[in-house]
Write a protein that binds this ligand. Structure first.
Ligand SMILES: [Zn+2]
Ligand SMILES: [Zn+2]
Length: 241
């Protein structure tokens, strides 16, 4: 892990201690509940409705969705904190492009609370960024998320196990059908994961093509079970990324 990343992870771990009260990032009133206040928290689009256990798409009774039945992804379960809707979409964009890094810490803390403590994985791996994009952005938001979640659950984070070897187009600029092709063979995994269960961490799950391609890479290294932990799941009416 780079020195910059270690430094960012360290900063994020101290945020709660140095900011006891602050203006809510959503409404501006003083918040002692974290980056956003309790009233704003109550209005966020938490993914509390029944949903497909595999990909977290809402389904009437929490059954596996039609797409996962006909085209099952390689990962077996998804835990998602939010539906990708306003204002979470803006907050995630702020985290990724506006460098509001404390948001990663806040999201990860909430996501960590949703994770099934009975079936914890052996290792946590973040969705890698291509080195060119990492240089441009200066940080990998998925690694910041994964580091806090791993720490909360005392799991081993493998920050260097996987690499993105193809600098693909952003999935958000492509039609859904082309996203799978765009990320095929985009990832390489160097770790021995024989017999291990893995949780992959990403910010947004839309088609699942990137997570599926990364799952393929970790399974080639011997992982026997792979699940996804994401901040937000794109819902059918908000297919914007
Ligand atoms: Zn507020
Ligand atoms: Zn599904």
């Amino acid at each position: 892990m780079s020195i910059l990343h270690s430094h960012l992870l360290n900063i994020c771990s101290k945020i709660n201690r140095i900011l006891p009260a602050q203006p809510c990032v959503l409404c501006g009133s003083m918040s002692r509940d974290g980056l956003w206040c309790g009233a704003c928290d109550a209005s966020l689009p938490y993914l509390d409705m029944p949903h497909c256990p595999v990909c977290a798409l809402p389904t009437p009774a929490g059954e596996v969705c039609g797409h996962c039945l006909s085209h099952p992804p390689l990962f077996t379960r998804t835990t998602a904190l939010f539906g990708y809707a306003f204002p979470v979409d803006k907050l995630i964009q702020g985290m990724k492009y506006g460098e509001q890094l404390p948001l990663a810490h806040a999201f990860a803390g909430k996501l960590a609370q949703r994770i099934d403590r009975i079936n914890l994985p052996d290792h946590v791996i973040a969705m890698p960024l291509h080195p060119a994009k990492l240089r441009e952005r200066g940080f990998n938001q998925s690694l910041l998320l994964a580091a806090r979640i791993a720490r909360e659950h005392q799991l081993t984070l493998l920050p260097d196990a996987c690499r993105r070897v193809r600098d693909t187009l952003p999935q958000s600029v492509l039609p859904w059908k082309e996203r799978k092709k765009n990320v095929r063979n985009a990832f390489v995994c160097d770790a021995d994961l024989t017999g291990k269960s893995i949780a992959l961490v990403d910010d947004v799950l839309t088609t699942g093509a990137s997570l599926d391609a990364l799952t393929h890479a970790v399974r080639l290294c011997g992982a026997i079970e792979v699940k996804a932990w994401v901040v937000a799941r794109t819902l059918p009416h908000s297919r914007s990324t």
